[in-house]
Design a protein around this ligand. Sequence first.
Ligand SMILES: [Zn+2]
Length: 263
Amino acid sequence: MPEGDTIYRSAATLRPAMQGGIIAKARLRDPHFEVDRLVGATVNGVEARGKHLLMHLSTTDVIHSHMGMTGSWHIYHVGQTWLKPEHYAVLNLRINDLEVICFSPKQLELLTADQLRRHPHIQQLGPDIAANSEFDVATAVGNLRSRNQTPLGEAVMSQRLVCGIGNIYKSELLFIMGFDPFAPVEQFSDDELHRMLQKGRALMLRNLGGPRRTTRFGSDAGRMWVYGRSGTPCPKCGAEIKLRRQGEAGRTTCWCPQCQPAR
Ligand SMILES: [Zn+2]
């Protein structure tokens, strides 16, 4: 599952290559949709919304992609060697002297403006924690509160409540806050939830510009506190970092039982 900052970076990289450009050619590996609808369209904008990437076209159509675990968009000059095998390329757009290629997406579809307005996965997203403009933290706290019985580590990953948080930020953020990932939301005050979300947003925004994601700033001991470090000593207290699968989807949660005591 990609983190919100990954999608924002993708949009920021794609924007200068695509925005204002005309799609001169379009090639689609499988018939997901009518690819001819793309040719001749101008790309009006590239937008990140939670974990979804939206390319708005002058025809009012929208290319919607969700990268899942494996997907990525690449930009190449025509004739340049690709970094991924050709058979992973699902959509290839020619814009000016560039090829913009979507590899192995979890989901790729062409939506009309009306389909976008009614899209169940895109329209039912909670406030976007990595949004450039504003983040409605009060609504996000209220959304979490509506799921009081859900363990915090599952609730913060529910994109309908607050969107943009994946496995990495979940583990890191709850560690930084000292919050038990397995305690239900009702165990946390509004103020605690508020502070947690603001902290998560700050971490993400700080990572939008940097070369590699990190949640430990000014430290020489690694980029992450607990994520990917199960079985090793906690950087704060030395206790062993644990890993457990959590929720219906079995997402991994890494945490320190001592720094994040059970509530
Ligand atoms: Zn610890």
